[in-house]
Write a protein that binds this ligand. Structure first.
Ligand code: HPA
Ligand code: ZN
Length: 339
């Protein structure tokens, strides 16, 4: 009997990614290529200089450089290339399904048309399914540091393209911008049949997670780390069966945790929460989906059974149909039997 080869097991384990910002998958190499293609000046001379700038002490540090990087995205083809590069990369991680975020206000505020952004992304998602076998859903995020009127204007601008939009999310600077600020626009999105997501409890307090649940009525919690500070909140999330999209390398990069061995992922599972592993912004945080799986599995010494649970959680927490979920669950079990 050979020892369990955890890395090989993770490498081929079928999985889904439920927390990924497309703009956060912009690699320095593509950033340079697009800057050149679009004749845009960027404040870096080499890929190494860009990577050296990726040292953050909190969420805002990261967001400042992330919004700056997104400035090279100009044309429909740019958004296609960004999205296709991500799908190609994550397909190599045995990722079969993705539910991805984009930040339209980052682009429309620079004069890029909503149709250019969604058109390029949607075309790549369709090709990702036909060429790579990766299915997907697209989630439009409102920037929470901007006001609710701007979010309403964004929802209105997206109206002609809603066939491509599965849901709305809430991201950007969390502290000082509670979910309650967006209660009306989330209600309007819900009335349009959109699903609702929100980043909550990454840096913000448990009260923000309560608000996301009670006021925004979200279907899934992005991050949710700080929910563990409130036992009643943990009980509520467990009772409602909500999935948490947890991002280990992001948490480490943004100092949400100071050491992966202290990461709350196992505690979440032990408390009955449906936690999943995701990459958030892989070009900025040092790794794509499997890098997150490898790092957290090593730090917490996750067992084969825990890894299987996490893989099941990733599909169960998705918005695939029950039939699709069943097929993925069987693929996970078939892979597990081989080890
Ligand atoms: N938190 C908030 N906003 C974001 C993030 C994040 O982790 N990534 C991209 N926008
Ligand atoms: Zn995020």
């Amino acid at each position: 009997m050979t020892a369990f080869d955890r890395d090989a097991f993770i490498a081929g384990l079928p999985k889904a990614e439920l927390h990924l910002h497309l703009e956060g998958s912009l690699e320095p190499e593509l950033m340079f290529a697009l800057a050149q293609r679009n004749k845009i000046a960027i404040p870096f001379n080499t890929v190494e200089e860009v990577r050296a700038a990726y040292s953050f002490s909190n969420l805002q540090d990261f967001l400042d450089i992330y919004y700056q990087g997104a400035g090279v995205l100009q044309t429909e083809q740019d958004f296609y290339d960004l999205t296709m590069a991500y799908l190609t990369r994550v397909a190599a991680d045995a990722c079969r399904h993705v539910e991805v975020f984009f930040d339209p206000q980052t682009h429309t505020d620079r004069g890029i048309e909503m149709g250019v952004v969604i058109g390029g992304i949607a075309r790549a998602l369709a090709d990702g399914q036909s060429q790579l076998g990766v299915t997907s859903k697209l989630i439009l995020c409102f920037l929470r540091h901007l006001d609710e009127d701007a979010a309403f204007a964004t929802l209105e601008a997206a109206e002609p393209y809603l066939e491509h939009i599965f849901g709305v999310g809430l991201d950007s600077s969390e502290v000082g911008h509670p979910p309650s600020k967006f209660a009306r626009v989330f209600e309007a999105a819900r009335a349009k049949g959109l699903h609702l997501f929100a980043h909550a409890g990454e840096e913000g307090p448990p009260a923000y997670v309560w608000e996301a649940l009670d006021l925004l009525k979200i279907d899934r919690i992005d991050h949710g780390n700080r929910a563990l500070e409130d036992e009643a909140l943990v009980a509520r999330i467990a009772k409602d069966g909500l999935t948490l999209t947890v991002c280990p390398l992001s948490n480490l990069s943004l100092c949400v945790v100071h050491d992966l061995t202290q990461h709350p992922l196992r505690a979440m599972l032990e408390k009955g929460l449906k936690a999943t592993i995701n990459s958030d912004d892989p070009a900025y945080f040092g790794g794509y989906l499997n890098a997150n799986w490898h790092a957290i599995a090593k730090a917490l010494d996750l067992s084969k059974q825990e890894l299987v649970t996490l893989a099941h959680n990733s599909f169960a927490g998705s918005y695939l149909t029950p039939t699709e979920k069943q097929a993925h669950a069987e693929a996970i079990e078939a892979w597990a039997e081989r080890f």
